[in-house]
Design a protein around this ligand. Structure first.
Ligand SMILES: *[C@@H]1O[C@H](CO)[C@@H](O)[C@H](O)[C@H]1NC(C)=O
Ligand SMILES: *[C@@H]1O[C@H](CO)[C@@H](O)[C@H](O)[C@H]1NC(C)=O
Length: 390
């Protein structure tokens, strides 16, 4: 049996991928439309089971468009062009839904202002010479619309979406997973698309991995090294350098991931993840404070050192807890294949398990030392020799 990574396995996967791509292209080209309509070009869109079919007329800068997306009857689908940038905010969209009792499909044209738009009929930010219509058949909506491409430019930022239609109204779509990857810059002349879900998805994944490894693994590991290696006199000062190395590399990866997250956030104008963003900013501030606090660290014998230690530990542990919370929030937004979440849970569970064992061992060592110190009549010093603090 070929294992993942084996050449035979790779070939097999490549063949499946080619077959799947071929099949969607075939579906795309063989699609038929009501009233004998035909379109010269078509693209299978990468998410939400949708495809776009169109004919571009250079002489008057218009495109006849059919957007088709699989959907349940109590759901809506939408397609539109963003004249203000990428993403949802500022898009002029055509939303198809159907009357629950008659099953008649209709189109609402509106402009999406901000994150929580009121969906009232509104003229799009470009001319629509032929009024849009929609049909629902075979478990899919098709929206037909003729648009005058804004600025007579063939390249446009397009968006599409899918969500629940409840109580006769368009309800918000899922704010995660495939529903936040449905953007694409499309050239209506060549059919080429770019800057869409793939590069966005790759950058989101990179953001997730950098943060999970930096804040989620290296920083807790560094904290464990400081807490548990210090008890062993022979590990001094090696534990200190290991601790610093872990925290500095964790901080570097984490800050890179954090900056990428802010960039992704600024690009996603229509949709912001406030708690995830704010926790991320708090983590960055606390961790940066931690780096600068090193410069102010009083000498071991200084009487303020104990306060500095208390501060250093509480800020450090806060970063670790906040990071774990935020990584789970991020996983819920990105909704990667479940193995990612499972792997992360396995890693932090292992770290926690190891920490628990080491905690027990450390306490056993510390208590034994104290007992011995007492029986020798020496004063047991909790902060030095035993090395266990907070
Ligand atoms: C644009 O040009 C095409 C092709 O000549 C024509 O079929 C279509 O009706 C024109 N559209 C408008 C709005 O003038
Ligand atoms: C749009 O641009 C094309 C050339 O790309 C030109 O032939 C056409 O006249 C322009 N249409 C309008 C409405 O400006």
């Amino acid at each position: 049996m070929a294992r993942p990574g084996h050449p035979a396995w790779l070939l097999f996967t490549a063949a499946i991928a080619l077959f799947a791509a071929g099949a969607t292209a075939q579906d795309c080209l063989s699609a038929t439309f009501q009233g004998g309509r035909t379109f010269l070009k078509c693209n299978a869109l990468p998410v939400l089971g949708a495809s776009l079919h169109w004919t571009y007329h250079a002489e008057n800068g218009t495109a006849d468009v059919a957007f088709r997306a699989t959907s349940g009857t109590n759901e809506w689908v939408a397609w539109g062009i963003n004249t203000d940038g990428t993403g949802m905010g500022g898009s002029s969209v055509f939303i198809a839904s159907q009357d629950a009792s008659t099953g008649v499909a209709s189109v609402l044209t509106t402009v999406l202002e901000g994150t929580n738009p009121t969906l009232t009929k509104q003229a799009p930010k470009f001319a629509v010479p032929v009024a849009p219509t929609a049909e629902y058949s075979g478990g899919a909506y098709t929206i037909y619309v003729t648009v005058t491409l804004p600025g007579n430019a063939t390249q446009q930022n397009t968006v599409w979406q899918h969500g629940p239609f409840t109580g006769g109204a368009v309800a918000p779509h899922t704010p995660s997973g495939a529903n936040i990857l449905s953007v694409q810059r499309l050239d209506f002349l060549s059919g080429q698309s770019s800057g869409g879900s793939n590069s966005r998805l790759h950058r989101r994944n990179l953001h997730g991995i950098l943060n999970a490894v930096g804040w989620g693994i290296l920083i807790p590991l560094g904290a464990m090294i400081a807490r548990y290696l210090r008890v062993f006199e022979s590990a001094d000062p090696a534990w200190f350098y290991l601790h610093i190395a872990c925290q500095i590399s964790g901080y570097a990866l984490g800050v890179a991931g954090w900056a990428l997250g802010l960039k992704l956030g600024s690009e996603s104008k229509g949709l912001t993840y406030k708690p995830h963003r704010n926790i991320g900013i708090a983590i960055f501030c606390l961790a940066t404070l931690q780096v600068f606090a090193l410069l102010l660290r009083p000498d071991k014998k200084n009487k303020y050192r104990v306060y500095w230690n208390a501060y250093h530990h509480s800020v450090g542990y806060s970063v670790i807890v906040l990071a774990a919370v935020n990584i789970f929030k991020g996983l819920n937004i990105l909704k990667p294949a479940s193995r990612w979440k499972t792997s992360y849970i396995a890693i932090i569970a292992t770290l926690a398990g190891v920490a628990l064992c080491l905690e027990a061992i450390t306490w056993a060592i510390v208590l034994r030392r104290r007992k011995r110190a007492k029986s020798y009549g020496a004063a047991a010093n909790g902060t030095n020799g035993t090395g266990l603090q907070l």
